[in-house]
Design a protein around this ligand. Structure first.
Ligand SMILES: NC(=O)c1ccc[n+]([C@@H]2O[C@H](COP(=O)([O-])OP(=O)(O)OC[C@H]3O[C@@H](n4cnc5c(N)ncnc54)[C@H](O)[C@@H]3O)[C@@H](O)[C@H]2O)c1
Length: 494
């Protein structure tokens, strides 16, 4: 498992009162309510069993499935899919020992390969849930199929890694909305009850106008964000998938995968998405590491009213660590999160310092785990047929994250519209990958991958000539055609 959030997550994301921008009624803390969604034509009633298929059986997928199976009965895991059998097997074992009564995954419901997601989704009926917890490169592929099959979807963050896949996700979502599918996004802090309460207080003016936000995710390197040269006996594609935080095509890199939570919660509190970003970043002495990540990023996001959001990201050992989000207003300031996702320990202060004598409000403790509350809210919407589609704001959070990363990687100001319309797709044809086929990007003779060069590559994040587009498998050769009859005298060639 990579990251801190497997079966027992220690991490912890919304919704809003204005449809993130338009919802007009006050949100119950953390519950998503978006407008413009058709009432679904199929839904599970309170007593129906909701079946779940897990696609991507790693750390978070196993954790999400466990959260799904922990919601009041009846939910049931019926299918699992992965590209690595060992990951599927260990996930199956862990889930079986924790939820023996909720597991019905027979041997012929365990699927391996890049097409395994189709077989797992085919085990579901409309009203059931497909869980997507692969690296994010595959989200649009899996989302497209699940929409065609008419099932509800829970998908992990991030939802997209570049401009074209963000746009594609938004387009696909129009179809999901027409079908009234319930769609949940694993930005679980949006379902954190105390952050939801803080959001409501800020919208009610508790800190005045929000004029500054600052967030930090400064930590030692985690998960697979730093990689040394690939072992010769591991094929390049599977190695890139195992070490997906190291590759921009697979994860959006350390920036997208790790930093999105803090970026999203700051934007939630502001009730807006930034219109542009400028940034710096780089690689310090990275020795023989071959991945594509910078190890530090410093980003200035600008909201459309001119107010600023500063984000500091670092993956370096031996430095001071911080994992928090703060917002400042004309009358006071607030802690959104103190040290990680859970507990948030949100608080509001008079003035601009965290001086306990100036405390206006402090979150009650203990806090419910948002990894569980996001599932409670999702299942409640499915069972009670409430509109529920978190996709649009999940894509916007992913895109704004990509915007900051691209600003740092190119050394340019990048606007929201530029990012959305950026033509460079990291892994075109990711839907055609095969287990024994080529990876989307290749190492050089020294085993290294292209890294961003700010100021050199100004309109793309690295030398995109390195992107390899997989070809669709050749169809079987057709039998030789019978010899054509001789053209009639006087016939024209078209
Ligand atoms: N919400 C959170 O706090 C949180 C925490 C951790 C991870 N995540 C997200 O969950 C996702 C998975 O992260 P993880 O830490 O579980 O990684 P992981 O490597 O532990 O698991 C990913 C699994 O997906 C499988 N996989 C890869 N490509 C696949 C494909 N095309 N089809 C089927 N299976 C495939 C891998 O073999 C692996 O078993 C990422 O998007 C990550 O950002 C979210």
């Amino acid at each position: 498992m990579s990251g801190p959030n497997a079966m027992n997550p220690s991490e912890s994301p919304v919704s809003s009162r204005r449809d993130f921008l338009k919802t007009t009624t006050r949100t119950a803390a953390g519950v998503s309510v978006l407008s413009g969604i058709t009432i679904p034509y199929v839904h599970a009633s309170v007593n129906d069993e909701v079946k779940v298929a897990l696609i991507g059986c790693g750390g978070r997928g196993s954790g999400a499935a466990s959260n799904a199976l922990s919601v009041g009965p009846p939910t049931r895991l019926v299918a699992m899919a992965d590209v690595q059998k060992n990951r599927l097997d260990s996930s199956f074992d862990a889930l079986s020992s924790k939820h023996p009564d909720r597991m019905s995954v027979s041997e012929d419901a365990k699927f391996i390969g890049f097409d395994a997601y189709k077989q797992a989704v085919d085990m579901l009926k409309p009203g059931d849930i497909a869980v997507f917890a692969t690296p994010p490169a595959f989200r649009w592929v899996h989302y497209k199929y699940a929409i065609e099959r008419g099932v509800n979807i829970f998908m992990e963050k991030p939802l997209s890694v570049d401009g074209p896949t963000s746009k594609r996700m938004l387009e696909l979502n129009e179809e999901a909305k027409k079908k009234g599918l319930k769609v949940a996004v694993g930005l679980m802090c949006r379902h954190c009850r105390v952050r939801g309460e803080l959001y409501n207080r800020i919208q009610d003016g508790a800190i005045g106008d929000l004029i500054l936000a600052r967030a930090y995710r400064m930590q030692a390197p985690v998960a697979s964000c730093f990689s040394k040269r690939r072992p010769e006996d591991t094929p390049e594609l599977i190695w890139q998938i195992q070490r997906f935080h190291s590759f921009l095509w697979a994860s959006g890199g350390a920036y997208s995968d790790f930093f999105i939570h803090n970026i999203d919660e700051a934007c939630w509190m502001k009730n807006d998405w930034p219109v542009e970003a400028q940034a710096s970043g780089g690689r310090t002495d990275r020795g023989d590491y071959v991945d594509q990540n910078f190890d530090h990023y410093s980003v200035e996001y600008t909201w459309k009213d001119g107010s600023k959001f500063f984000f500091e990201g670092r993956n370096i050992t031996g430095c001071r660590n911080e994992f928090s989000t703060h917002v400042h207003g004309s009358k006071g300031m607030a802690i959104v999160s103190t040290a990680g996702h859970l507990p948030a320990k949100s608080a509001i202060f008079k003035g601009q310092t965290r001086d306990s004598s100036a405390t206006v409000w402090r979150a009650p403790s203990p806090e419910p785990n948002p990894y569980q509350t996001e599932w409670d809210d999702f299942l409640d919407a499915i069972r009670n047929n409430k509109p529920y589609n978190e996709m649009e704001r999940g894509v916007k959070a992913s895109l704004v994250t990509v915007m900051g990363r691209m600003a740092a990687h190119t050394g340019q100001i990048i606007t929201y519209d530029q990012m959305l319309n950026c033509p460079y797709e990291f892994a075109p044809g990711v839907d055609k990958l095969t287990l024994d086929g080529p990876a989307p990007i290749h190492e050089d003779a020294n085993g290294r991958y292209p890294v961003p060069l700010p100021g050199v590559n100004r309109d793309r994040e690295y030398a995109m000539a390195d992107v390899v587009v997989p070809k669709a498998p050749e169809p079987p050769a057709a039998p030789a055609p019978a010899p054509a009859p001789a053209p009639a005298a006087g016939a024209q060639k078209s």
